[in-house]
Write a protein that binds this ligand. Structure first.
Ligand SMILES: Cc1ncc(COP(=O)(O)O)c(C=O)c1O
Length: 404
């Protein structure tokens, strides 16, 4: 008789954004005349840049001709894209990453969920708290997290590293030694960043204790300050302890197009085994490669025209971020983030819970954000507002919040 993977049954409630979507739907059904502004799920709104569209069209036409048609893509990614990333992304940052250490995928969500598969179930994970929910949930599904405490909303076998105002939302090295450390900077949900010297401490620590850092740099394009690293490979020694996850979603608007990549350096060994080989094996068995058309679109991201257009796109969102940050501050909120990330993180007023503030904002201002508690227990009493809306909607949302 078949049995289910009962680790799935341990997952609490529904995915955060499903609950947000349900509440918004119910509100809209009850209030059809109200114009709701959504600054919740981190989805972009600007259309794809012209250089990317041009490349997509060209690739589509190639697929229509026998001489240029492509079938299955190489499962690790086309050479043209892997080389472009190594040359135009990592080299200018001074990072030693070669094309064959770059694994092309359909995005950082799947990579961040799948990467745990190449590690033993005995490994203990450490995560920032609050955190992008996929890291923990994928480890729950694998059976690595122990039992769930409904009151504390924590897993017994997960090391939580609180990210609070007191530590500028940057986790401190935990007392208990982890095997796998998930770090995400610029951070979703807090919008916080880590300075290069701080990240270097993590790299040194991981090398010392034999831990692996899974570094999610999905938002690196939003970094504006000089001493904030864009890649963990800017740190000395990262090649022997870190895997980096990257996405085309936020820097180039690919949320609906789907493209990302993971870097696994060849020097990264665990128990004498190269993780590069394991990830290549996993990719080869479980993945048939991102579509040719999409990989050509990814290549266009690095063209001169693409880079110029995307700088403008990022600037557009960051103008929103500054507007949100300043507007909320003027309205008396305690805010952070929004400088090197498209997220502003605010402290809820009057000690309201995150969900109470969500309901309050939805009902009174018809604005939707994301309750901080949905990202982990230390997110309670916090709230995330994103900068991915249109400028007009952003201005209107802040006007409404200020009028409360
Ligand atoms: C921290 C972080 N990593 C990964 C992702 C997913 O990126 P992708 O669209 O490439 O799957 C997101 C999306 O919101 C994110 O916030």
């Amino acid at each position: 008789m078949a049995k289910v993977n009962d680790n799935y049954l341990k997952l609490p409630g529904s995915y955060l954004f499903s609950t947000v979507a349900r509440k918004v739907r119910e509100f809209q059904e009850a209030n059809p005349d109200k114009q709701v502004i959504k600054l919740s799920i981190g989805d972009v709104t600007q259309p794809l840049a012209p250089a990317i569209i041009e490349s997509l069209h060209k690739a589509v036409d190639e697929m229509g001709k026998a001489e240029t048609f492509r079938g299955y893509a190489p499962d690790l990614g086309y050479e043209f894209l892997r080389k472009t990333i190594a040359e135009k992304d990592y080299k200018p940052k001074g990072c030693n990453v070669s094309a064959d250490e770059i694994f092309i995928s359909d995005g950082a969500k799947s990579d961040s969920a799948n990467i745990q598969e190449i590690f033993s179930l005995d490994n203990k994970i450490a995560v920032g708290d609050p955190v992008y929910p996929v890291y923990v949930d994928s480890n729950v599904m694998a059976g690595r997290t122990g039992t769930y405490d409904k009151v504390k909303e924590t897993w017994s076998d997960v090391i939580y590293m609180p990210c609070l105002a007191e530590n500028n939302f940057v986790p401190e090295i935990p007392k208990e030694v982890p095997d796998l450390i998930y770090l995400c900077f610029p951070n979703n949900p807090t919008g916080a960043t880590i300075k290069k010297a701080q990240l270097q401490e993590w790299v040194d620590y991981a090398n010392k204790v034999g831990a692996v850092i899974i570094y999610d740099a999905a938002y690196e394009a939003y970094i504006s300050e000089a001493d904030v690293p864009h890649s963990i490979y800017e740190c000395e020694g990262a090649r022997t302890c870190a895997i980096e996850l990257r996405s085309f979603s936020k820097n180039a608007g690919f949320t609906g197009v789907r493209l990302g990549f993971t870097v696994v350096p060849k020097d990264l060994m665990v128990d004498g085994v190269a993780l590069h080989g394991l990830w290549a094996r996993r990719h080869g068995t479980k993945y048939n490669g991102a579509p040719y058309i999409i990989q050509r679109a990814g290549e266009a991201v690095y063209s001169d025209a693409g880079q110029a257009q995307l700088r403008e796109q990022v600037a557009y969102y960051m103008k929103n971020a500054a507007y949100i940050y300043n507007g909320l501050k003027e309205a008396g909120y305690s805010v952070s983030g929004g400088v090197n990330a498209p997220y502003v993180w605010l402290r809820t007023p009057g000690n309201m819970t995150s969900w109470e503030f969500f309901d309050y904002l939805l009902e009174k201002a018809n604005v939707v954000g994301t309750p901080g508690s949905g990202f982990g227990p230390s997110g309670e009493h916090y709230f995330r507002v994103n900068a991915f809306g249109s400028y007009e909607n952003t201005v209107e949302a802040i006007r409404r919040i200020k009028a409360l």
